[in-house]
Structure formats: C-alpha cells, structure tokens
Design a protein around this ligand. Structure first.
Ligand code: GDD
Ligand code: MG
Length: 370
C-alpha cells in the first residue's frame, strides 16, 4: 500500500506504535535458544503482553511489530491483537536491519500522516512512565523526536543522553565508556512521522548510533522526557527475574498479570506442598510442583518443573520440565529446559545449566548409620 493510501485509511484518534523485537537476546541464553526474549514467560504471560497491555491502556491503537529473529512465533502468540484491544501488524526483516533499519522498514505499514506522532518501543522494557505526558511534550515543543529518559547508576551500559535547561537533547552517546551524565535513553521514542520516512531505507541502521546523533548535528529538536517511574531493561537473566517478580508483587502494575498480585503467583495446575514457602514474587508455572519444606524465593519457574522436598531456590529461572532434586540449593542461576539437577547440588551466582543436562548427585554417600 502506498503512503497516500495508508494515510487515507488513517482514522482520527488512531495512535500507532512500532515495537522493536528483532534482537536475538543473546545475554539470556540458554532461555532464548528457541524463544525470542520478548516471548519469555514473565509473571505468567509472554513478556511482551505486559508492554502491549500497557500501550493499549496509554491510548495506542495499532502496533507494527518489527520482527527478525523467529518472526513467525510472534504472530502465533499475539494474533491480530484483538485480545489486547489493539490492531497488530507484523513486518519482517530477512536480515536484521538494526534498530533504525527496523523502524524504517516498519514505516511502510504506518497510516499516520507526516506530521503525526508515531511511538517507537524497545521490546524488552518494563516501564511505568506516562506515555501521554511524553506525547504532550512532543506536541507542545513540535520536536522531531522526544525520548523517554531515566537515571541509572550504571549509564555506560546504555545510551547516555545529556539535556540542556530546556530539556533539549544535546548529545546521544551509545554505550560510551565515559558517560557525561547518569541520564540514559529508556527505549521509548515519539517520532514525528516524516522523520521516520527521511531515514535511509533498506540498509542496516542504528537509531542510537546514526539517526539521533545525525538529527542533533543537523540542529533538529530532540526533546528529553525525564520521568522516574518504574523502569527496567530485562536484557540479562538477573533483570528478567527481577521484572517478573516485580510484576507479581505489583511494583509495576500490568493488566496482563493473570491473577491477583502478591508474594507469589501459581498458574493453573501448579501445586506446592502446604509446608513449602513461595515468596518474593515467585511465579510457579502450569503443572509445576514444589515439595515439602522447600523454599522458592524471587524466582521464575516455567511449566512442568518439579522442585523436590527441602530444596532452596532463590533469584533463579528454571526452564520447562526441569527437575530439582530434594535439598538442592540454587541461587541466582538459570536452569535450561528439561535439565535434571540431582538433590545435594549447590549452584550459585550466574551459573547456567544448558537444556537437557543432567547434574548427578554425589557418588559417595556419607551416613551416620552403622
Ligand atoms: N526489528 C529489529 N531489528 N529490532 C531490533 C534489532 C534489529 O535488527 N536489533 C535490536 N532490536 C530490538 C531488540 O529486540 C530490542 O527490543 C531493542 O531493539 C533494543 O535492542 P537491545 O539489543 O535490547 O539494545 P540495548 O538494550 O543494548 O540498548 C538499547 O536499549 C537501552 C535501554 O534499555 C538502546 O536503545 C540504548 O540506547 C538504551 O539505553
Ligand atoms: Mg535491551
């Protein structure tokens, strides 16, 4: 469809967003070997469901899903978006085009007019910020782009974004080793549509390394919308577990959480022995079970997992169908699909067990029996 036809189809009150979900999620391996990061189960539903539900709540009506890695899985999970009160359209990059290339590629499916705002969202963010207020600032300042900015203690891992007294962005320094401020790009942009169309088409492009610095150099108005509401990039296992727990605990409210918020969430068919403790925002997947006296604190347990009696699981992710034996201790680890951790094992910080791996128990047994 040409841009003119798209514009004709554009309805009053429609607000479009492009969702960037083409990343490989390498830092979340082995969880992302078969599943893209935005589809990982988070507080009982695929991660992206929270972003879609919140976007719909904030007035977004139509989403262009910019996919590359395992593209077909997104449509299988979210369909046409009716369940969220949204219209979802899928576009695919045969080769990943980067964040800028992905946005430009999605532009062919937009209906908004050249002067209308289009929201762009990184697909791995949980944010409680006020999108309507960001849109208001964008309109009021007639900016080319308005970026949501947050303050973090470790800005070198992000896009560092200084602003002047008027809130205008003065530089965009992606992953600089020498950040000039703790203020970073939070991964939610409002673009005036014509600035998306002006980006070069059909090539790999980074919005952070190319588009934003180029617009600043050209003297265009890029505004910073600074807000300190809940914000998290779930790109690492620690952050992913934190995000899921925060949703279960109600630290960030999401209409997509399938149940009441509280210290834990049990999905249908999950069971825990009455003497077991589930806390810290733990989610227990369908068909999973927790044995007597076990403790599961601040963890994400996928479907069909068996956790044995007396086991202690803290700040960990346990993949579907995995087994954790009696008395095992797991703290800050990732257990792949179907892995089998025998009782007595003690696994700590950052350890990742690959899918299907069996960790046997100790070969020598000590006993006080005669
Ligand atoms: N369609 C498409 N194509 N999407 C992509 C591609 C691509 O080639 N590459 C990455 N994405 C998507 C990812 O799926 C993710 O949702 C988003 O773009 C950002 O990519 P990440 O790989 O997660 O980037 P990051 O976390 O290192 O940095 C980005 O986010 C930070 C905030 O969390 C940057 O935007 C930073 O400036 C920002 O501070
Ligand atoms: Mg990220």
């Amino acid at each position: 469809m040409s841009t003119v036809e798209n514009q004709t189809a554009h309805e009053a009150g429609e607000l479009e967003a492009i969702m960037l979900v083409g990343g490989q999620g390498t830092r979340l391996r082995p969880l992302t070997i078969g599943v893209p990061k935005p589809l990982l189960p988070t507080a009982g539903v695929p991660f992206l469901a929270h972003q879609l539900a919140r976007a719909a709540q904030a007035g977004v009506t139509r989403i262009i899903m910019a996919t590359a890695y395992r593209a077909e899985m997104f449509a299988e999970v979210f369909g046409d978006g009716t369940g969220f009160g949204l219209e979802i359209v899928y576009v695919h990059e045969t080769e990943p085009l980067g964040t800028g290339g992905g946005i430009r590629n999605a532009a062919a499916s937009l209906r908004s007019g050249p002067d209308e705002p289009v929201v762009v969202l990184n697909g791995d963010i949980l944010s409680g910020h006020d999108l309507s207020a960001q849109l208001d600032l964008h309109r009021k300042t007639d900016a080319a782009v308005t970026l949501h900015l947050v303050e973090v203690p470790d800005p070198a891992r992000f896009g560092c974004v200084p602003t002047d007294f008027d809130g205008r962005v003065t530089a965009f320094l992606e992953k600089t080793p020498n950040p000039v401020t703790n203020q970073i790009n939070a991964g939610c942009y409002v673009f005036t549509r014509r600035y998306i169309d002006a980006m070069p088409a059909g090539q790999v492009l980074s919005v952070e390394r190319n588009t934003f610095p180029d617009l600043i150099a050209a003297g265009e108005t890029i505004m910073g919308f600074v807000e300190s509401a809940y914000w998290l990039d779930v790109g690492t296992p620690e952050a992913y577990v934190r995000g899921s727990c925060d949703l279960v605990l109600g630290e960030l409210s999401s209409p997509a959480v399938p149940g009441a918020t509280g210290s834990s969430l049990l999905l249908p068919g999950a069971s825990a022995d009455p003497s077991a403790t589930l806390c810290g925002g733990t989610v227990l997947g369908s068909g999973s079970s927790v044995g007597a006296g076990a403790m599961v604190d601040g963890s994400v347990i996928f479907d069909g997992v068996r956790i044995g009696a007396g086991a202690q699981v803290t700040a960990s992710v346990i993949g579907s169908g995995a087994k954790v034996g009696d008395g095992a201790i797991l703290d800050g680890v990732v257990i792949g699909t179907g892995a089998d951790i025998a009782g007595g094992n003690e696994l700590r910080h950052g350890l990742r067990v690959w899918p299907g791996v069996t960790l046997p128990g100790t070969a020598v047994r000590f006993s006080t029996d005669a």
